[in-house]
Design a protein around this ligand. Structure first.
Ligand code: NI
Length: 176
């Protein structure tokens, strides 16, 4: 396992549409998911899509366990949303690719998803609460969409600017 670099805005790779995994969940895909999980825990975050470490495949990892709880890693290969309910709910979202920016996004409160798990088994289930928010946020990454794309242009530009400036600052501090 290895910790990989997480891409941040405005890296153009984050706007890429990710490709389906062909040939099922192989050891290679499992190794990718292991790296992604380690990278996500290190950040720390609760969800990560493969494109966030520069791999344009439809793969997501997640862990919604609260602090002090046992880890509950979840793995999604080729996830699809097959149904959503009409009711929407706002949630204050953040993203490892847009560090230190948080804002409200409104999404369907529940969604039914279908995906392959770590062992390659097909799962079909309903997601609600934080799980529904997180899977929809991560699945947006597979389409090249970030949560800041739902905000006003002004807010989005400001967010990107803030992340860019913070990165430059961090590089300068490293150099000193
Ligand atoms: Ni994200």
């Amino acid at each position: 396992m290895a910790i990989r670099e997480i891409l941040t805005v405005p890296d153009p790779r984050l706007k890429q549409v990710s490709k389906p995994v062909e040939g099922g969940v192989t050891d290679e895909i499992r190794a990718l998911m292991d790296d992604m999980l380690e990278t996500m825990y290190d950040a720390p975050g609760i969800g990560l899509a493969a494109i966030q470490i520069g791999v344009p495949l439809r793969v997501i990892v997640m862990d919604l366990a609260r602090e002090g709880e046992e880890p509950q890693p979840r793995y999604f290969v080729n996830p699809e949303i097959v149904e959503t309910i009409e009711e929407t709910k706002p949630y204050e979202e953040g993203c490892l690719s847009v560090p230190d920016i948080f804002d409200q996004v409104e999404r369907p409160a529940r969604c039914r998803i279908r995906y392959l798990d770590y062992d390659g088994n097909q799962v079909d289930e309903w997601a609600e609460d934080l799980y529904a928010v997180c899977i929809q946020h991560e699945m947006d990454h597979l389409e090249g969409t970030l949560f800041i794309d739902y905000l006003s242009r002004l807010k989005r530009d400001r967010a990107i600017d803030k992340v860019k400036k913070a990165k430059i600052r961090a590089i300068r501090e490293d150099a000193n």
